[in-house]
Design a protein around this ligand. Structure first.
Ligand code: ADP
Length: 453
């Protein structure tokens, strides 16, 4: 079978759907190829925090933020390894990206949060507090814009005429299907965290025994297809370990990561071992280095009262995934920790909050003491979460070749790209990445003069 569209998007996660809506709004006929039997990719599984500067929500909380601070935290957080021109686009267009989602119908909560690495709280949540409503809103918009979805359709190769990409060879339910494009192809296939062989090729330490938060389809298909036609891959060795995953399956669903702002991390001896507001990479390495490779996040009722959905927290308690106790002593008993060590760690941390200074680990976010029972704790470990490298793009989301020349009619957005986060990602930056660069890729592809066919 053979189909013709103006624009074909490979991958139906956040970046792919944002690209598809944007291209269709320019009047392009658009197809989204998705190898799974449903849309959403890893985007739908994410904790889904969306960073952007937002005076309206930040000012009442005395958070004095700016695009420049957002840029600096992102660029420095990534150890200055990202392409600054891409970071500039991310940090200056993230607010327009959020407005775009809101215009499509996404409801944003009034909470502002920060998570893993950023110093200025600028993280937004949708009403669902996860990726489901992002995907719902984007896929509804695709339907309104008459985008065609091809589910169970795996792209296998990019088709070229000269250097230009003019189509996609795919397989739908075991049958070959070819797509030709008049304007362009957009790669939005996500990362390669689930592909042990590929990740070990770039980082030997990421062995198969590590847990992974991704969907099993996150194996780097887009990178293989792009590399086969000469695309440049960059930053492939920067593979993010998420430090706060569920110890059973490496997922983030039972995650209470924000406890980190309102509590401490202790090892299996009951002691603190790091400033909890360190970057993700530092946290992950420190957790991996602890005995047994997991730690406990310990917090108190002040944290639980922040939870909109207390029933959810209580459910986790019932399932044994979160431990709840009326006294620290009982918490230590339930976790089989040495009470005297835990008590000393908590007292020392509480003193740091009082003095707004943490002499032991130099933690900077000292928001509240752990002194309001009941106390909560949950076991956390590292999981392979996000591959920061990928195809190299320019400011127009065009995929670059080995000589940094754009490959005509090939665009990319989302986790499949490299150069946006550098060597470490700020929590809350992948959603704006998908939306901002998805919009650019879609708009730019749809602005290409159609090739004669
Ligand atoms: P991003 O956050 O960058 O949008 P996601 O992981 O959310 O990335 O989405 C990527 C999507 O691409 C997933 O739904 C995945 O199943 C899909 N995908 C990956 N490889 C292919 C392929 N070869 N053909 C079609 N879809 C693919």
């Amino acid at each position: 079978a053979s189909e013709i569209y103006d624009v074909v998007v490979i991958g139906g996660g956040g970046a792919g759907l944002a690209a598809a809506v944007s291209a269709a709004r320019q009047g392009a006929s658009v197809a989204v190829l998705e190898k799974a039997d449903s849309l959403g990719g890893n985007t739908i599984r994410a904790t889904a925090m969306y960073n952007c500067v937002d005076d309206q929500l930040q000012h009442p909380l005395q958070i004095m933020d700016s695009e420049q601070l957002f840029f600096e935290e992102t660029f420095n957080g990534g150890h200055q390894k990202a392409k600054p021109e891409l970071v500039r686009i991310l940090t200056s267009q993230a607010d327009e990206g959020l407005a775009f989602l809101q215009e499509l119908g996404l409801e944003i909560d009034t909470v502002i949060d920060n998570c893993l690495g950023g110093e200025h709280a600028r993280g937004h949540y949708s009403k669902a507090h996860n990726g489901t409503d992002f995907i719902q809103v984007l896929s509804d918009a695709c339907v309104r814009e008459q985008v065609d979805f091809y589910l169970n359709t795996r792209a296998e190769a990019l088709i070229q005429e000269g250097s230009a990409v003019i189509g996609v060879q795919a397989v739908q339910q075991r049958q070959p299907i070819q797509f030709q494009v008049r304007q362009g192809v957009i790669l939005a296939t996500g990362g390669f965290g689930y592909n042990v062989e590929m990740r070990m090729q770039y980082d030997q330490s990421l062995t198969g025994d590590l847990l992974c938060s991704n969907t099993p389809g996150t194996v780097g298909d887009g990178l293989v297809m792009a590399q086969a036609i000469g695309a440049s891959l960059i930053d492939m060795e920067y593979i993010e370990l998420y430090p706060m995953a569920d110890i059973y399956d490496g997922g983030l669903h039972n995650s209470i990561p924000n406890a980190i702002n309102h509590g401490i991390l202790v090892n299996t001896e009951g002691d603190r071992f790091i400033r909890e507001d360190a970057g993700r990479d530092e946290l992950a390495q420190a957790i991996r280095a602890q005995d047994h490779g997991f730690v406990y996040s310990v917090t108190d009722d002040d944290f639980s009262s922040l939870q909109e959905d207390r029933d959810f927290l209580e459910g986790l308690v019932l399932m044994g995934q979160v431990v709840k106790a009326d006294t620290l002593e009982d918490l230590a008993r339930q976790l089989e920790l040495d009470f005297s060590v835990l008590e000393a760690a908590v007292n020392d941390y509480n003193r740091s909050v009082e003095q707004q200074r943490d002499p032991r680990f130099q933690r900077r976010t000292l928001i509240n003491k752990i002194d309001h029972p009941p106390f909560y704790a949950t076991a956390k470990t590292v999981t392979v979460h996000h591959t920061l490298g990928g195809v190299e793009i320019n400011e127009h989301a065009q995929v670059l070749d080995q000589k940094t020349q754009p490959i005509p009619r090939l665009y990319a957005a989302g986790e499949v790209t490299g150069g946006i986060h550098g060597a470490n990602r700020l929590g809350g930056n992948s959603f704006p990445d998908c939306i901002v660069f998805g919009r650019i890729a879609g708009t730019e592809a749809a602005a290409q003069p159609p090739r004669p066919m």
